[in-house]
Design a protein around this ligand. Structure first.
Ligand SMILES: [Zn+2]
Length: 438
């Protein structure tokens, strides 16, 4: 005979597709990224002004082209800033997943600018063969390129640090580019010295070397932004973190179709989980909430994590019964859960008993926290259900937190209890007995 109560639960579970969306700290990350882009804009602007003025006064071609290069850097920063700004826009009806991809689009544009800077530098390198620049006021030219190299090296490090912490690709790309200024300013140095000693080709070779460094950065930014726009999965390390959470949460019988995708600086994810058919909507809600909470705590970039619930029916069941002595299945049931002498664990497959074992209850004589300790012992055995005649408050809630269902039985032997459980004759305990077990 079918149990009408179980059927009703099964129906509600089958009809239930819980989708929860919780906000993470992606918004704060974007705000922080925007602030750094803003600082970069001011810093780079002052550098361009200084380089242009000194470049014109000294007549250094290298310094003037370096100023043009910094001008293209400003375009990069502006694109990054704009991308970060747009990314922060709240989702609306037309863009219901938000505007995070604006950041990736920004990075894509920046990669184009960086690749153009490569082309420009490569061309200059070729042209410089067999010649050298003539320089006036060399001390000022040296000073300005030295300052450029120094400030942008440290600022580049800062951009990379913030970019990685906030998962903003555009900042990392700019930071890497900025650090190469230590080399491009080196060219200016060498250019001045080469001019002084009237020594050709040195400047040309160094310019070509730097152009290839810039090509590498441009290529990486291009690749990363396109991959993100193509919904690439984040590092396997991130999915491993999610898997370890799914495996640690009790109540999840199986999981599949774990998918994660990058969207600008944020990550969207989904998973399908199997939950025992008999669970009610409330306990399913608790499980899905727990998943989201833990996943988002562990991986801060995860903005949305959708959990799809499917009813799970196992042919295996692992149940526990508090008993008075060890032996066979006909042992006497203990009326007190936490102070029982032993716990009997029964393995059931397709509604028949396939094995059992006993474990001593080492906590039965304890003076405090008996319910908590005994419940943890039961949970450690990965029990699905527990059969008891009465249950204290602490035990009830500890077991419930471990997604162990409780069934009431007032008879004498464990054998009777298990047989009745298999037949579906036992009713579920939904709240603790008023008397707390002492
Ligand atoms: Zn640059």
């Amino acid at each position: 005979m079918d149990n009408p109560v179980t059927n009703r639960y099964a129906l509600s579970v089958e009809a239930l597709w819980l989708e929860n969306m919780v906000h993470s700290n992606v918004k704060e990350n974007l705000k922080r990224g925007e602030k750094v882009a803003n600082q970069a804009l001011w810093l780079e602007s002052s550098i361009v002004v200084a380089k242009t003025v000194i470049g014109v006064l000294s007549g250094s071609t290298v310094l003037i082209s370096d100023a043009i290069h910094s001008g293209s850097d400003i375009m990069s920063i502006f694109t990054s800033w704009l991308g970060l700004k747009i990314s922060q826009k709240k989702p609306n009806e037309r863009f219901s997943y938000g505007f995070y991809k604006a950041e990736s689009l920004g990075t894509l544009l920046i990669s184009a600018i960086i690749l153009f800077a490569f082309y420009d530098m490569f061309r200059r390198g070729i042209e410089l063969f067999g010649s050298y620049s003539e320089i006036r006021i060399p001390v000022f030219a040296l000073a300005v390129s030295f300052l450029d190299a120094l400030t942008l090296f440290f600022f580049g490090n800062y951009e990379i640090k913030v970019g990685k912490a906030t998962n903003t690709q555009s900042l990392v790309a700019m930071g890497k580019e900025n650090r190469t200024h230590i080399f491009s300013s080196g060219i200016v140095f060498i250019g001045i010295l080469a001019s002084y000693f009237k020594y050709p080709n040195v400047e040309a070779i160094f310019t070509l070397v730097i152009s290839f460094l810039i090509l590498k950065i441009g290529w990486e930014a291009l690749r990363d932004s396109i991959f993100t726009l193509m919904d690439i999965s984040p590092d396997t390390e991130i999915s491993e973190r999610v898997v370890s959470i799914l495996e640690a949460i009790p109540g999840i019988e199986e999981y599949s179709d774990l998918r994660l995708r990058e969207s600008g600086p944020s990550i969207f994810g989904e998973v399908r989980i199997g939950i025992r058919k008999s669970r009610d909507a409330k306990s399913i809600y608790r499980i899905t909430n727990l998943i989201e909470e833990k996943v988002k705590k562990s991986v801060s970039q995860i903005e949305y994590f959708t959990v799809k619930v499917e009813p799970f029916e196992s042919v295996y069941k692992h149940i526990a019964v508090p008993v008075e002595r060890k032996g066979d299945l006909d042992v006497e049931i203990s009326k007190k859960f936490a102070r029982a002498s032993y716990f009997l664990f029964v393995n059931i497959k397709n509604d028949s008993i396939v094995g059992y074992y006993f474990i001593d209850n080492p906590y039965k004589g304890d003076t405090s926290k008996v319910g908590l300790s005994a419940s943890k012992l039961i949970a450690k055995q990965e029990v699905d259900d527990l059969i008891v005649s009465e249950i204290g408050e602490i035990s009830f809630y500890t077991l419930r937190d471990n997604f162990i269902d409780l069934y009431k039985f007032n008879g004498d032997t464990a054998n009777e209890a298990v047989r009745n459980y298999i037949k579906g004759n036992l009713s579920e305990i939904t709240y603790p007995d008023e008397r707390e077990q002492k």
